[in-house]
Design a protein around this ligand. Structure first.
Ligand SMILES: Cc1cc2nc3c(=O)[nH]c(=O)nc-3n(C[C@H](O)[C@H](O)[C@H](O)COP(=O)(O)OP(=O)(O)OC[C@H]3O[C@@H](n4cnc5c(N)ncnc54)[C@H](O)[C@@H]3O)c2cc1C
Length: 422
């Protein structure tokens, strides 16, 4: 029951911290409440795990704190994260916008290489065990746990409560998003019990809800688009990428990229997302293409004219917005022009973002003033470390959040393993 280091949370930062700490020869225990480690990692990047990015720099993190992150990235340069995974045996590949993925495109492989390494180094991984409290007693920490019943078991598990003791504790309990797979506010309570100040946790990088009912008919449609965020007049932000329609609004990388700007702008007034599904065609060229098509399909139903241009559900929605009957005869050029405008500017009014259940990251958390940027050691409690999403720093969509989880975990694990903070 006594270890050199106890890590609370077997997620991204906890598993990376475990590898780095065990590498120093320390006796490591990782405590995870889920029945498997890295459950959230499995859901990242739609199961493909966008685990890092070639363009990592402080500008991709919020709130902006280059002074803190410059020190972090000096202690562990961004390129070393890809190297860390290569050393674990993971081949990786580069996607759009510098995103890094495992070559197998399977998040499970990211978890497997970490867990394999932990096993090879002799670290102990305890699952279905939840940490309730942590207390510091002279030079060691007492970690109180309770056994958790797996979701498929109704009755309480045998074993009940236990106390584990360690010289150092790494708090890697993650944020509050996706409670269905382990997200909770527990880590913030544990932080506060040690006197760390915590900025109120809020959801971010979340799907957006829209006013228009038409999105219900588009549920499940995915397509590449240039998406502009406007206040109805001026452009507020813009991105390109896959847009996914949901029953209540929009999601997918493009919507998630814009969600932070959308939520901020909503505090000031109305916000619209305008999708251009023909970004490779300037407006005039696109109109010319449609008019040419009108000639070819003269005398035939509108559905024949439209078929093959794009996803049919989008075409039907654009036709409806332009006042064109799908099964009717081909209308005049005015209506065709309107139809084209809808495909170049498919406008939806944003009413808000979804909550912790659907958000990718938690904004807010442990104030960075209480944390050493090179080691992630607490400046308040000797021997305590805080990593990953528990910190009051979150990244853009594109692999930046996992990158910081690995980075903070490795730096904390290395330092704790050397026993520097004790
Ligand atoms: C659907 C989804 C997709 C995402 N996609 C990406 C992506 O592609 N790229 C990217 O960079 N980021 C992505 N993220 C964000 C990224 O997953 C997180 O930022 C990252 O996992 C944070 O790492 P962490 O170690 O802080 O927390 P986590 O990985 O959440 O790990 C924390 C662990 O602690 C455990 N735990 C919590 N409390 C206790 C307790 N009291 N006792 C024991 N165990 C406890 C939890 O069960 C969990 O396993 C995504 C997030 C979601 C929800």
């Amino acid at each position: 029951m006594t270890y050199d280091i106890i890590i609370i949370g077997g997620g991204a930062s906890g598993l990376a911290a475990g590898c780095a700490a065990a590498e120093t020869g320390a006796d490591v225990l990782i405590i995870e409440k889920n029945h498997v480690p890295g459950r959230k990692i499995l859901s990242t990047g739609a199961g493909k795990c966008n685990f890092s990015n070639f363009q990592v720099s402080p500008e991709h993190y919020h709130p902006q704190n280059p002074a803190f992150l410059n020190q972090t990235f000096k202690a562990l340069p961004p390129a070393e994260i890809a190297a860390f995974f290569s050393n674990l045996g993971l081949l990786y590949t580069r996607g759009e916008h510098g995103r890094l993925f495992p070559r197998s495109m399977k998040a499970q492989d990211v978890v497997n290489v970490l867990v394999n390494r932990l096993g090879a180094l002799g670290a102990t991984l305890l699952t279905l065990t939840e940490v309730l409290t942590i207390k510091k007693e002279s030079n060691s920490f007492l970690v109180e746990t309770v056994k958790v019943a797996p979701k498929w078991e109704k009755k309480a598990p045998a074993g009940g409560k236990n106390i584990y003791r360690a010289g150092r504790v790494i708090l890697a309990a993650g944020g509050a998003t996706y409670p269905q797979i382990g997200g909770s506010l527990k880590g913030y309570d544990l932080l506060e019990s040690f006197g760390h100040s915590v900025t109120a946790p809020r959801p971010a990088i979340a799907p957006l809800k829209t006013k228009e009912k038409i999105v219900r008919e588009l549920d499940g449609v995915r397509l590449e688009a240039l998406v502009r965020l406007t206040d109805g007049k001026d452009k507020l932000a813009e991105t390109t990428g896959e847009l996914l329609f949901t029953g209540y609004g929009i999601s997918g990388p493009a919507a998630l990229d814009l969600s932070r700007s959308a939520v901020e702008a909503l505090a000031e007034g109305p916000v619209f997302a305008e999708a251009d599904f023909f970004m490779d065609f300037p407006a005039q060229k696109f109109e010319a293409l449609l008019f040419e098509r009108v000639k070819s399909f003269s005398g035939r139903p509108f559905s024949h004219f439209a078929c093959g241009l794009l996803n049919e559900k989008i075409l039907r929605a654009a036709a409806e917005l332009a006042g064109i009957a799908w099964q009717g005869t081909l209308p005049g050029v005015d209506k065709i022009s309107k139809f084209g405008e809808r495909l170049k500017c498919f406008r939806l009014e944003i009413t808000g973002a979804t909550g912790f259940e659907d958000a990718m990251v938690t904004v807010g958390g442990c104030a960075l003033t209480g944390i050493d940027p090179s080691t992630f050691a607490s400046k308040k409690v000797k021997g305590l470390y805080v990593t990953g999403e528990l910190l009051d720093i979150d990244g853009d969509s594109g692999g930046y959040n996992l990158h910081l989880a690995w980075t903070s975990g490795i730096l904390a694990g290395r330092d704790a393993g050397r026993g520097n903070s004790v």
